[in-house]
Write a protein that binds this ligand. Structure first.
Ligand SMILES: NC(=O)C1=CN([C@@H]2O[C@H](COP(=O)(O)OP(=O)(O)OC[C@H]3O[C@@H](n4cnc5c(N)ncnc54)[C@H](O)[C@@H]3O)[C@@H](O)[C@H]2O)C=CC1
Ligand SMILES: O=C(O)C1=N[C@H](C(=O)O)C[C@H](O)C1
Length: 269
């Protein structure tokens, strides 16, 4: 027997799924006890080590999430919004910590996590890296120090497979800028400019999204005024930063009271 928390990774074949599996296997603080993929995927029924092109490791990919979660102390989930909602209910049933990296969830979908959070710990963040979470704090500070003479724009770039925009990180940065300024993001958000949009409205927080190639994730927060500009920037070059943060969250959540938390709680920022 070991007291290292057992971890299940969902979305096993995904870009983040594979990175998370490697991160847990390399860790001396956690054990990989299960991996989940969607029903019908080629990898279901295969050993995950072999499916990822290496040696077998004795963990079989399953599409039975509840069965996998019932053996785990934590589930790390970077998949898609509706899958994440289903996993939240099952992780709560298994009383496993649910670490959610999935982005693109609507406000209505986020609200649907609440019943699960009454029974289990949920840690959710649009970006699990230390660097971005620090950038969020810096953004809040700079926005609080400047007035609306400074136009705030969040510019993000990601690989061409990404399906949601603005990115989860861009939204975190926009929220932080709005909070620093003492406004509600929904009231000032301006995304998806196209055509004759009219001049920029004073006080708006703008979003622009670039999609191309294999860009892991880049975020700028631009504060632009007459005669000067400040740019706060984070550049991710390796998905390992997200996986390390997610594993840290899974370990941090052990023994915590049920509820919803984020990476600020985990990192103590
Ligand atoms: N919070 C963070 O730090 C980060 C968040 N992300 C987010 O993570 C999510 C996944 O990103 P990628 O790995 O690049 O995408 P991906 O498309 O490579 O992987 C998604 C995986 O989820 C699986 N999946 C979908 N529905 C499923 C279901 N019902 N059951 C089991 N598996 C299911 C897919 O088959 C696929 O393997 C996105 O929302 C992305 O924005 C990505 C990187 C960092
Ligand atoms: O889809 C991605 O790849 C990423 N998604 C997250 C986001 O939406 O911000 C985090 C990171 O930028 C990579």
């Amino acid at each position: 027997m070991t007291d290292k928390p057992g971890i299940v990774i969902t979305g096993a074949s995904g870009r983040m799924g594979q990175m998370l599996i490697r991160t847990v296997l390399d860790s001396d603080k956690a054990r990989l006890v299960g991996v989940v993929e969607r029903a019908g995927h080629d990898w279901v029924g295969q050993d995950i080590g072999a499916a990822m092109g290496g040696a077998a490791i004795g963990v079989t990919v399953t599409d039975d999430a509840l069965e996998a979660f019932s053996k785990a102390q934590a589930v790390i989930d970077f998949t898609a919004p509706e899958a994440t909602l289903e996993f939240a209910a099952l992780a709560a049933q298994a009383r496993a910590v649910h670490v959610i990296g999935t982005t693109g969830m609507s406000e209505a979908q986020i609200a649907r996590l609440e019943p699960a959070a009454r029974h289990a710990v949920i840690v959710r963040a649009g970006n699990m890296s230390l660097g971005v979470n620090l950038l969020v704090q810096l953004t809040k500070k700079v926005a609080a120090a400047l007035d609306e003479d400074f136009d705030i724009e969040v510019i993000e770039a990601h690989h061409h497979h990404k399906v949601d925009a603005p990115s989860g990180t861009a939204l975190m940065l926009g929220e932080a800028a709005a909070e620093g300024r003492g406004v509600t993001l929904a009231d000032v958000s301006d995304s998806g400019r196209d055509g004759i949009t009219g001049a920029r409205k004073r006080g708006d927080i703008g979003f622009s999204a670039i999609r191309g190639g294999d860009i892991v994730g880049e975020h700028d927060v631009l504060f632009a005024a007459a005669g000067e500009r400040i740019v706060l920037r984070h550049m991710a070059t390796d998905r390992a930063i997200f996986a390390r943060g997610a594993l840290k969250a899974a370990l941090w959540g052990q023994g915590k009271d049920p509820g919803q938390y984020d990476m600020m709680d985990v990192l103590g920022l």
